[in-house]
Ligand binder design. Structure first.
Ligand SMILES: C[S@@+](CC[C@H](N)C(=O)[O-])C[C@H]1O[C@@H](n2cnc3c(N)ncnc32)[C@H](O)[C@@H]1O
Length: 211
């Protein structure tokens, strides 16, 4: 799924370096089974902002089969830690195998259950929090995740343009669209955050906690 025109999206994918066998197989598998992973262009962005922020401690909200987790775990390096969360035990079992195949299992803590409850139950500050949970939860994610970021840390959120539904003038928003619209408004209005939406794939926002 991409908001970019087909030709432009094809072009962006054509210039991406090939992924290793683990990620490539997960991409094919996700496409086949309809699993909504971020894909390689956003995966690369996640890894890049993780490295730019010098992030070592990362919390991921909504990890599915661990595709984005692998990009994050590789970017934090061998001394870093990524917390994986998903509500599905089946997803977590598959993710454990994928993380192991990718050689990053030792730097990932797998937590099964509600992602924000898992965040509340995990001590310490984070350098980066990646948000990819159910969209209706996005305003709550902002409220609960922001205090857990160190100053200078990043809240990165997927699907913030939601298939093009975030338009002006707004149509009748469904609950998911309304929640994302509110999340984006709150991010941009918050003086503690410096936020930019990158219109890559389905829209990714990068919000830096500045105080
Ligand atoms: C879009 S998928 C995540 C994809 C993953 N970030 C990737 O790109 O590889 C969203 C996942 O979040 C999980 N999820 C959604 N809301 C959740 C919540 N509140 N707590 C825990 N998991 C949640 C779903 O089970 C689903 O697997």
């Amino acid at each position: 799924m991409s908001l970019l025109s087909a030709g432009l999206d094809d072009y962006l994918h054509s210039i991406l370096p090939p992924r290793d066998e683990v990620l490539a197989r997960m991409e094919a598998d996700a496409a086949c089974r309809g699993i909504p992973i971020v894909g390689p262009a956003v995966g690369r962005l996640l890894a890049q902002v993780t490295r730019l922020a010098g992030a070592r401690r990362v919390f991921e909200l909504g990890s599915a089969i661990g595709y984005s987790t692998i990009w994050l775990a590789r970017a934090v390096g061998p001394d870093g830690r990524v917390f994986y969360t998903d509500g599905s035990e089946e997803n977590a079992a598959e993710a454990r195998e994928n993380l192991s195949r990718a050689g990053v299992a030792e730097r990932v803590t797998v937590l099964v259950g509600d992602a924000l409850t898992a965040l509340d139950g995990t001590d310490g500050e984070f350098d980066l929090i990646f948000n990819d949970v159910d969209k209706e939860g996005y305003p709550d994610v902002l409220r609960r995740a922001l205090p857990r970021l160190r100053v200078g840390g990043l809240l990165v959120t997927d699907n913030v343009l939601w298939g093009g539904a975030l338009r002006l003038p707004p149509c009748e928003d469904d609950a998911e669209t309304a929640a994302i619209r509110e999340f984006n408004r709150l991010c941009y209005a918050n003086p503690d955050l410096e936020t930019t939406i990158v219109p890559l794939r389905d829209g990714v926002s990068v919000a830096r906690r500045i105080r």
